[in-house]
Design a protein around this ligand. Structure first.
Ligand SMILES: Cc1ncc(COP(=O)(O)O)c(C=O)c1O
Length: 420
């Protein structure tokens, strides 16, 4: 007989959950539930913005819907690192300068681990590097996902700062990194290269300083490079092009990438870790990571087997996305920055997101509500990303041009009314 007495569930305290409902999301759901069409100015889902899909049927240059069929996809031959053919394809892809990186010496396929997503890769790396209660350093402003991913592994995410000076752009506050490292041992420094939503790559001097600091403190680097291949605004005259952390061997480094952004296929669920570092430490790390990976065996055989053919066609998505984000940034600048405009766009070096700074006539949350209610425009406010000041909103650079311009029009109209 099933037990039918009182239930006193005890749940983990690794997160403060259930999370209180987000008032803005509730309002959006209410409006949409009532039949109102909301324009998502911050849309980041690449499958819903009219960019070419490698899975699309009947279109020249795609892998087509049969990409996931074929004899090699019928068998299950588990390998903790993922299918060798997929890892070898990644080695060739990066060695040839794929994904916006410079051509580089080939990686060792044994240093690559395939998993379901970069989000999962974070979980694996926190398990590899941290005990419960340990900490990792994460960028602020930054994408809120990392607090959850760390919390789910009972790891504390401690912030280091990025600061903005117009028009030069963002820089990493290296003193805040050093202070955070001195305040208590951090097992890893998470570096998003380029960061989301600030769109800033690690500058060469920052890269060198972070490597030196991490070497001194015995801290590994997790370099999330999912947006690396999407440069937006050219570097200022005289500065050098951003560099990937792939193959860096002065400290233990784990570079993350995946199909969500590289090929605009978040539904394919394939991400990977490329590990590098000093020989002995790397050997230890790979052996341990193999145990983590073997415990999950997360990556699906059909998508791994399809990877070589998909990477060969990277340009179909990447080319279109790169052209679109550069054109959109220029279009946003003309739409929002004409002389006398109360808005300005922060410098954006790479990624899919532009940050618009606007007058803080009201708190960001009120402005976001007003945009939704009066203009039917959803724009993520800066506080979602822990910006230090208000008022900022994100605009997506992957929107199709008409949605982007309509979003900019509604955004301006709302502020023009408030400022009148
Ligand atoms: C910087 C960054 N890394 C990782 C992810 C998650 O990607 P995935 O779909 O591979 O888990 C995101 C999601 O937007 C992101 O912004």
């Amino acid at each position: 007989m099933l037990y039918s007495g009182p239930v006193n569930p005890t749940f983990s305290r690794r997160l403060s959950w259930p999370a209180p409902p987000n008032a803005l999301s509730l309002l959006r759901a209410e409006l949409e539930g009532g039949g109102r069409r909301v324009l998502d100015f911050s849309a980041s889902n690449p499958t819903r913005v009219g960019l070419p899909s490698l899975f699309a049927p009947g279109r020249a240059g795609t892998a087509g819907p049969d990409a996931l069929a074929g004899a090699e996809k019928l068998l299950y031959a588990p390998d903790p690192r993922g299918l060798a053919s997929a890892r070898e394809a990644l080695v060739r892809f990066y060695a040839g300068g794929g994904g916006g990186r410079r051509a580089s010496p080939p990686l060792d396929p044994a240093s690559l681990f395939l998993c379901a997503s970069t989000s999962e890769a974070y979980g694996w790396l926190f398990k590899l590097l941290c005990d419960p209660g340990d900490s990792v350093l994460v960028p602020r402003p930054g994408y809120p996902l990392f607090d959850y991913l760390a919390g789910l592994e009972s790891v504390e995410a401690r912030p280091y700062r990025l600061e903005y000076a117009h028009p030069r752009g963002w820089r990493i506050d290296l003193e805040s990194v050093e202070a955070a490292l001195r305040a208590g041992r951090a097992r890893a420094l998470v570096l998003i290269n380029p960061n989301n939503p600030t769109g800033s790559y690690a500058a060469p001097a920052e890269r060198a300083a972070l490597l030196e600091l991490c070497a001194r403190h015995g801290t590994a680097i997790i370099a999330d490079e999912v947006f690396f291949g999407f440069p937006v605004e050219a570097e200022p005259e005289g500065s050098s092009a951003p560099r990937s952390f792939l193959g860096e061997d002065s400290v233990l480094v784990f570079v993350l990438d995946g199909l969500s952004k590289l090929l605009g296929l978040p539904q394919a669920k394939l991400g990977w870790i490329a590990a590098s570092g000093p020989r002995a430490e790397l050997g230890e790390a790979l052996g341990r990571l193999e145990i983590v990976a073997d415990s999950y065996l997360s990556a699906g055989t059909p998508i791994m087997a399809a990877l070589p053919g998909l990477l060969d066609r990277e340009r179909l998505f990447g080319g279109a996305a790169r052209a679109r984000i550069a054109a959109n940034m220029a279009a946003l600048r003309s739409a929002l920055e004409e002389p006398g405009s109360p808005h300005r766009l922060l410098r954006c070096e790479g990624g899919w997101t532009a940050l618009v700074e606007s007058p803080r006539i009201e708190p960001e949350e009120e402005l976001a509500r007003g945009l939704l209610w009066e203009e039917g425009l959803w724009a993520q406010p800066g506080y979602f990303f822990d910006m230090e000041r208000e008022a900022f909103f994100t605009a997506s650079l992957i929107l199709d041009e008409s949605a982007l311009l309509e979003g900019a029009r509604r955004y301006r109209a709302y502020f023009d009314r408030l400022l009148a």
